[in-house]
Design a protein around this ligand. Structure first.
Ligand code: ADP
Length: 626
């Protein structure tokens, strides 16, 4: 019997598979089971279309049979089998199948994830075995044949004895090495685990003889090992079941079984789409954020199945960043099992699925918001920040999807409100959507800048998250209404008092100029305030950068320091203004002192540190002891 060599290009590739540093050797079983399942599919189909063939459902199965004594692992199927020619052509040319066209060596990059990249399916067996035997009897063949190989040096084919149609693959499992444990592929529990992980929902039974310790018959405390054939996969995937057959508990169990999270899911989304792109998906909105959610370590993604076979643990392309908290899986018949990560990124079907999923998640969230506000607020507490990051990032391209999912605290309701709710109750004369920023709702409530807006009876949104104002700048408008900070220059409120402030400013031009000089470049300007009612002083900003933004950006590491154009506003109706006037006329030094005091007070109200605390306290003492 002569040994045949693999085709030249196959040999190179095979070498790489065998020596690959592929981290998950366990996937060899997935590949073999999936081939077996395909082979059964073929015979199943033939039986459906050919009256001469009669089969019972029980004739279709896959069996896994480990044997520790001779270190073999058999994968047996009752599928369509292979003829001699098929053994030759299917197993003699590696990477013949699939879409891979092997052109030159350089196209194989360092052997990593070679299985995923080229679909070398069957050859994955060589990652755990140093000798592989395939005995197969084809439905259409007279005789059975045996294909054998020890890896890249070639293979042999010879006649064999096998009565039933089907294929038996015998792996001679490698000996353990210093850094690899191969024994585990002979352990029942481990094999069961691998089947559960990757092939649980293969629709034919995957059987295995399982040893169980049972109480001896007729005895009370004596145990004996009983070997029982068990089906180790569950066969019908939950996602292919009808929604009406399933309970909330079923979905919760699946969530836990899959380790999607350790909490209970807040809501599940079960999708069955049977259109141009067919897919099933079960998605979960978790209740709480994983501890590393808002860090770089967190990786988003959904499990991806191709017709019941897991092909990727975490497909990031299926989830937009703004919904990165969603967990779950997608199964599509239209995806090839061996599609690579790179190919997936450009896969048209996958793009359609991803788009669809994005929409479904949005709609689900909207319906929770509408129908179960309490639940939504719970969700928002965990993931609201992510939604706001979503609005901010990608130059606001996702604002349409996200704007109606946002909630902010409001001055009117003392609770979280949507932008839609805000806009729907705006009085007719109100031009803008007003907001105020600060560390907490309580602090914002006391901000002097909110006075005039609040007095007009306008609602104010409270921005307490650092991201809030940045997100809103991206949004720019909601329902054609622009956002306006209560600290911005023009509030769009025409008032009698406005006129008075203008007059006073005109009248006391020199006083304001002197104050500005005392503060030199700390502020852009000193003005008579149009917004203050009872408070003596406040800081506002002119231009695009708000004081809050200055705070946030300057607190970030490695960021260029920025400066808001600050304006010190003085309430001309406050008694303090009289004192300023007196000081200006009689005592310039006192004016400087007062100006500095007021400026520092305004800083404190804004939550900014005073520039020189010692000087500030000394200044207060000077006022106390004239
Ligand atoms: P792929 O599964 O991507 O086609 P493989 O290398 O895993 O690539 O298998 C090559 C071919 O060998 C399969 O397409 C199939 O025709 C045949 N084959 C593999 N395993 C079996 C099996 N258990 N029964 C019948 N045919 C098989």
């Amino acid at each position: 019997m002569t040994k045949r060599a693999f085709k030249a290009e196959s040999k190179k590739l095979l070498d790489m598979v065998i020596n690959s540093i592929y981290s998950k050797r366990e996937v060899f079983l997935r590949e073999l089971i999936s081939n077996a399942s395909d082979a059964i599919d073929k015979i199943y189909y033939r039986a459906l279309t050919d009256d001469q063939l009669t089969f019972n459902q029980s004739d279709y199965y896959i069996k896994i049979d480990p044997n520790k004594d001779n270190r073999t692992l058999k994968v047996i199927d009752t599928g369509i089998g292979m003829t001699k020619e098929e053994l030759e052509s299917n197993l003699g040319t590696i990477a013949k199948s699939g879409s891979f066209q092997f052109k030159n060596e350089n196209e194989i990059k360092d052997g990593y994830d070679i299985i995923g990249q080229f679909g070398v399916g069957f050859y994955a067996a060589f990652m755990v075995a140093d000798h592989v035997t395939v005995i197969s009897k084809a439905l259409d063949g007279e005789e059975a044949y045996k294909w054998e190989s020890e890896g890249s040096d070639g293979y042999t084919i010879e006649p064999a004895d096998k009565d039933e149609v089907g294929t038996e693959i015998i792996l001679k499992i490698k000996e353990n090495t210093e850094d690899e444990n191969y024994d585990e592929y002979l352990e029942e529990y481990r094999l069961k685990q691998i089947v559960k992980k990757y092939s649980d929902f293969i629709r034919y039974p995957i059987k295995m003889d399982v040893t169980e310790s049972k109480i001896k018959e007729g005895s009370e405390d004596e145990y004996e090992d009983v070997i029982e054939e068990q089906t180790v996969n569950s066969m019908v995937p939950i996602w292919k079941k009808n929604k009406s057959e399933l309970t909330d508990e079923d979905y919760e169990n699946f969530y836990t079984e899959k380790h999607y999270g350790y909490d209970k899911p807040l809501k599940h989304i079960h999708i069955n789409v049977d259109g141009t792109v067919r897919y099933n998906a079960i998605l979960y909105i978790p209740e709480s954020a994983p501890f590393n959610y808002y860090t770089k370590e967190y990786e988003k993604g959904l499990e991806l199945y191709s017709n019941g076979v897991l092909i990727m643990d975490r497909s990031a392309d299926l989830l937009p960043d703004h919904f990165s908290f969603v967990k779950g899986m997608v199964d599509s018949e239209d995806l090839s099992l061996n599609i690579s990560r790179e190919m997936l990124q450009h896969d048209r079907q996958l793009k359609v699925i991803a788009k669809n999923i994005n929409k479904k998640i949005k709609n689900q969230l909207l319906s929770i918001l509408r129908d179960d506000r309490e639940k939504y607020e719970k969700f928002y507490e965990s993931f609201g920040q992510q939604l706001k990051f979503g609005v901010y990032s990608d130059y606001g391209t996702n604002k349409e999807v996200l704007q109606d999912l946002l909630l902010f605290h409001s001055s009117k309701e003392k609770k979280l409100v949507t932008l839609e709710e805000y806009v729907s109750r705006m009085p007719e004369d109100q031009k803008y959507i007003y907001y105020a920023t600060g560390d907490s709702n309580e602090r914002i409530e006391k901000l002097p800048q909110t006075e005039i807006v609040a007095e007009k009876g306008y609602e104010i949104l409270y921005f307490t998250d650092e991201i809030d104002e940045f997100a809103i700048k991206m949004l720019m408008k909601y329902n054609d209404k622009e956002f306006k900070s209560v600290s911005s220059g023009d509030l769009g409120i025409e008032e009698e008092e406005n006129k008075e402030a203008k007059e006073q400013e005109e009248e006391n031009k020199d006083l304001f100029a002197a104050m500005k000089e005392a503060l030199s470049d700390k502020v852009q300007d000193v003005k008579a305030s149009k917004r203050l009612k009872s408070h003596p002083v406040c800081l506002t900003a002119e231009g695009e950068i708000s004081i809050e933004m200055e705070k946030v950006i300057n607190a970030m590491p490695d960021n260029q320091q920025i400066q808001a154009d600050k304006v010190l506003e003085i309430n001309v109706n406050h008694d303090v203004f009289q004192s300023l006037k007196n000081a200006y006329e009689n005592d310039k030094e006192k004016l400087n002192l007062y100006t500095n005091l007021l400026y520092n007070q305004a800083l404190l109200i804004e939550g900014l540190p005073v520039s020189d605390p010692v000087e500030f306290t000394n200044d207060i003492c000077k006022v106390m002891v004239p």
